[in-house]
Design a protein around this ligand. Structure first.
Ligand code: ADP
Length: 787
């Protein structure tokens, strides 16, 4: 472990030296750019663009371009980039992660790489964690770029297509990551290519890159729409589930809500639906319906979890006991309850498009990021995104004191200690920021502070603007602020007058987070730009982390170690227990992210294929070619499926192949009865394929036929994709529940996911080709008659 850190430190030092040389070069150009008039400086962009067009490498332009931005910033905003900010800019321009603590001015850093990479005109996306910051940075930093003659855009949710297109057409576009991802999904659902808003991806800078790619990337972005499920299946599944008995027909784990069928249960389902093997891929939809029906019966009790009113199922809020209007369960569970209550079955909310944030950003040819805390996640960034983490030196040395952790036996003792510590520091007028992991925890802290008669600001469920306002005041004398780690991110906390002499801002953490990285985010609220400050975590052995990840270990510890009268443990052992547990949590989260990403990789490849086909169909220029390829592929697929590759063909195999080919070529198509080799079958299909090809070429030239082709392809592709996503999600649900003999569930998912895709893609080809060929045949015969 230790040697690894040393090596990474050495690499870091070597890289910094390289950047240092470039910084010296930029500094030496400073007087040149200072001497330029405003209009000369503004002309620099055109000159750079000219040099690029003449074949000059972008990397070679960097010193001049950075010098130009620094000078423009000085004139427009009155801020001259510090040398360390230039280093940060170089790290970003190369497509890596710059680790720079809070207050180092990362926003200004981004102005440098954004400018350089925008010179090629291919677009730069600057990603922030919320709309407020996007707007703020767009307004502030945008001035530098506009002064230098570049265009700057702001991409916000709810903007119309025209406004979005304009934002994306700009040289530099600001916005929130999820919105960029949703635009991608919506573009791939658009009716025409002209309705798409994005350009091809080029380069992105992600602010708070760890938050965006790690913390908030747990759930995928999903565009959903109402669609009919299969109400008959719901009804039959419900009738079955009604007669099921726990332990005999199914197993249910009330803790994890995992539900699975026993062999007896499976036998009953197979009988009811007359299928041979429920676990076969094609029956997994059936399996899903039955499982949801079982859940509807065991997890939901009428008049406790839901009520039935006016023929509708209304869920009940478990905290308030009130019915929640308009809230529904997903994945067909709501419909399963409707079936259980014999109500009319409503439409389901189905995913029409989805992508993970990780896979969205992996589409950018060059990606970069900045944050105060990335080093502990270095390996993940390198493995998943190919980005290195470079620690940039601070402008002034950090003098914040990170005090050692304090440990209490119970949560009550912990909160008492937090309140006492706050009160003591408050007495001298020192500002205190108490950080929590949730709103509920913030409320707990608030109760204890009130007992100490302290007045404080509680940042719960406030608007982003209010949070920013309150957090920015947290360094004023005498202020006590209670906030979750998320509140007011990206806001600078400046110290009020006289606060430095009192020791600066003191930060108290009340629970260890799921990674040391997030603990560091909290500590980093204090001690910005060489300010004095301090931080300390006060936690308890009743905290979630110990309960969920180290129950036994903690019990063992408690048998051997004893707290003092206030419930406090001292010594090395408790610190070791805590560190060990946090490593376990970090490891568990990492594995989960890795697992989910691997799962999504399967869909990701498929999504690329489908979206590429869709976009070409919308384009319409090569519909003839697309259709002919689909026909050829459909035919090979049929022959591959039905016939042995070499060896003799059986009569039934011949029949199967013929029947499938008739769908494509029409009922009069025949394969000779004496055909006994696969090669002969290929030869027999060559002519009808060629004839269809000629007809396609002749017909597709008519604009109307071409338009119909685009429409049919688009409709079928969209239908296929929604269905495929649903089947994939059922598959994912299934692999966790199904029992396998020593086979890795991931491998099963990959294999069966591919099988599903192959099947669905072939269905898409068959449907599209059949539909379009018969349409073309009809037109052809009409045209012949007319002549
Ligand atoms: P970070 O995101 O790294 O925490 P910010 O971008 O919020 O930091 O910047 C912190 C503060 O420092 C802001 O008020 C910003 O305007 C200011 N600042 C940044 N760089 C400079 C500079 N070179 N000269 C003067 N002020 C700066």
């Amino acid at each position: 472990m230790v040697s690894l850190f040393k090596r990474s430190d050495k690499t870091n030092a070597r890289q910094l030296k390289k950047y240092q040389r470039t910084v010296e070069r930029i500094n030496s150009l400073e007087s040149v750019y200072e001497a330029k008039t405003d209009s000369e400086l503004q002309n620099a962009s055109a000159e750079f663009r000219g040099l690029l067009a003449d074949g000059k490498k972008l990397e070679d332009l960097i010193p001049d371009a950075f010098a130009a931005v620094r000078e423009a910033s000085r004139r427009v905003l009155g801020m001259r980039h510090f040398d360390v900010q230039l280093i940060g800019g170089l790290v970003l321009a190369e497509g890596n992660i710059a680790e720079m603590p809070t207050g180092e001015g990362k926003t200004l850093v981004s102005s440098l790489p954004a400018y350089v990479r925008a010179l090629t005109g291919e677009g730069v996306h600057v990603i922030t964690v919320n709309d407020y910051l996007a707007q703020r940075d767009y307004r502030q930093i945008g001035q530098i770029h506009e002064f230098l003659g570049l265009t700057v855009g702001l991409n916000l949710p709810q903007m119309d297509t025209g406004a979005k297109k304009e934002a994306y057409a700009a040289d530099i576009t600001y916005g929130v990551g999820t919105e960029f991802g949703f635009d991608y999904l919506r573009d791939n659902m658009a009716g025409t290519n002209a309705d798409k808003v994005q350009r091809p991806y080029h380069y992105a800078i992600i602010d708070e890159v760890d938050s965006v790619l790690i913390d908030e990337a747990k759930t995928p972005l999903i565009v959903a729409g109402k669609m009919a499920g299969n109400s008959d299946l719901h009804t039959v599944a419900s009738l079955l589930a009604r007669r099921f008995e726990k332990g005999r027909d199914y197993e249910f784990d009330s803790e994890t809500k995992a539900t699975s069928l026993t062999d007896t249960g499976i036998g009953k389902v197979e009988q009811a639906f007359d299928v041979g093997n429920l676990y076969e891929l094609e029956h997994q939809t059936l399996y899903h319906y039955v499982i949801q029906a079982v859940r509807a019966h065991v997890m939901f009790e009428r008049d406790v979890d839901y009520i039935v009113k006016d023929g509708k199922v209304l869920l009940i809020d478990m905290f308030t006991g009130r019915p929640m209007e308009g809230r529904t369960l997903s994945e067909g569970l709501h419909q399963a309850i409707e079936a259980k209550e014999k109500l009319e079955i409503t439409e389901e909310n189905k995913a029409q498009a989805q992508i993970t944030i990780q896979n969205y950003f992996r589409m950018y040819p060059l990606l970069s990021g900045m944050t105060g805390t990335a080093k502990t996640q270095e390996r993940e960034f390198r493995e998943v995104y190919g980005m290195d983490v470079i620690q940039v030196p601070t402008n002034k040395p950090v003098i914040r004191q990170d005090l050692s952790d304090r440990f209490f036996d119970t949560a009550d003792q912990k909160y008492r200690a937090v309140a006492k510590e706050t009160a003591e520091r408050h007495r001298s007028g020192q500002p205190v920021l108490v950080g929590t992991t949730s709103i509920i925890q913030s409320e707990a802290v608030a109760r204890y502070l009130r007992e100490e008669d302290l007045s404080f600001q509680l940042l719960n469920a406030k608007s982003v603007e209010q949070e920013v306002e309150l957090i920015s005041q947290a360094g004023q004398p005498g202020n006590i602020t209670v906030a979750t780690n998320m509140a007011g991110r990206g806001t600078d906390i400046m110290l009020g007058e006289g606060v430095a002499a009192l020791g600066g801002l003191h930060v108290i953490g009340t629970e260890k987070h799921e990674s040391r990285r997030i603990d560091n985010q909290l500590r980093g609220r204090s001690g910005r730009q060489g300010d004095p400050g301090s931080s300390q975590f006060i936690i308890s052995l009743e905290d979630d982390m110990f309960r969920r990840f180290a129950e036994e270990d903690t019990e063992k510890f408690k048998k051997k170690n004893f707290p003092d009268a206030e419930g406090e443990y001292r010594g090395k052992a408790v610190q070791e227990l805590s560190d060990r547990t946090q490593r376990i949590v970090e490891g568990a989260h990492f594995s989960m992210r890795e697992y989910n990403l691997k799962l999504d990789d399967v869909i990701n490849e498929q999504r690329k294929i489908v979206y590429d086909l869709r976009s070409r169909a919308l384009n319409g220029d090569e519909n003839g070619h697309l259709l002919k390829t689909m026909l050829e592929d459909a035919v090979s697929f049929i022959l591959d499926e039905a016939l042995p590759p070499d060896g003799l063909i059986e009569p039934e195999q011949l029949q199967t192949a013929e029947a499938a080919l008739q769908e494509l070529f029409g009922g009069s198509f025949r394969l000779p009865q004496d055909l006994d080799r696969r090669k002969q079958a290929d030869a027999r299909t060559a002519q009808p394929i060629a004839e269809a090809g000629q007809m396609i070429d002749a017909q597709i030239g008519h604009p109307r036929v071409n338009a119909v082709t685009t429409n049919v392809l688009r409709t079928f592709i969209d239908q296929m994709w929604v269905k495929h996503l649903e089947m994939m999600s059922h598959l994912k649900e299934g692999i966790g529940l199904r029992m396998y003999q020593q086979e890795d569930p991931m491998r099963i998912y990959q294999r069966e996911g591919l099988e599903l895709f192959t099947m669905n893609f072939q269905n898409l080809r068959m449907k599209s080709v059949t539909e379009l060929l018969s349409f073309m045949r009809l037109r052809e015969s009409e045209q012949k008659e007319a002549n």
